[in-house]
Design a protein around this ligand. Sequence first.
Ligand SMILES: [Cu+2]
Length: 253
Amino acid sequence: MRTTRITTIAAAAALVGLPLAVGPASADDHGGSELTAELTQLNDSGASGTAWAKVDGTQVEVKVETTGLLDGAPHAQHIHIGGQGVCPSNDQEGSGFEGALQTTDAADQYGGVAVSLTMEPGETGPDAALDVDNFPTGASNTYSRTITVSDEVAQQIADGDGVVVVHGVDHDGSGAYDGDTKSDLDPSLPSEATDPAACGELDVAQMAMPEGGVETGGADTSGVEYPAVLGLGGLAMALGAFGLIATRRRATR
Ligand SMILES: [Cu+2]
């Protein structure tokens, strides 16, 4: 009798525990507001980096880390929106110096400037796209700022429509922005000052595993199939236990 009761509890526990083992936790719990981008070079600039953004209402916290840029020159950086939400490839040619890609050459891909990632006290709207006094100037930069945007822009970024573009390429290796080709954005600047150097698509971040939040009894949850098999195994065991109980009851009677 006592054995039967323990078996029943074990079987019930197995059934209750089943949903935990079958599927991964929902990824919809505010996971949509955090985004990451891997920045890769355009125009053979040698630049790369990462970007991270978190949208909370109309506040967007943005971090951009870049490296491999021309040192000692301002690097305009923006979140572009309105194109296909993608980056051109490094080998895509454009209308610039010796076929260099100019900013507008790829506008259909990454869209126009929606947010200017200036440092304080720079403005952050599209009008500040070439606010050269407030952009990072190092070969490597770590940028962080929380920016207020419109509802529409916040939603677009949260949806993964934003593309981070960092500008400024020393095509001729002179160590400065120069050359005869003028910028497609501002003819008073050399094209080198504004040509895109790196680009990354802001994609909705994969759900970060909360610390100690999702415990599955030490089982490997890296794949979806494996827990599912475990779940079916649990179900079979539970059904087997019930079968055993039924058999015992019948036998007892
Ligand atoms: Cu830009």
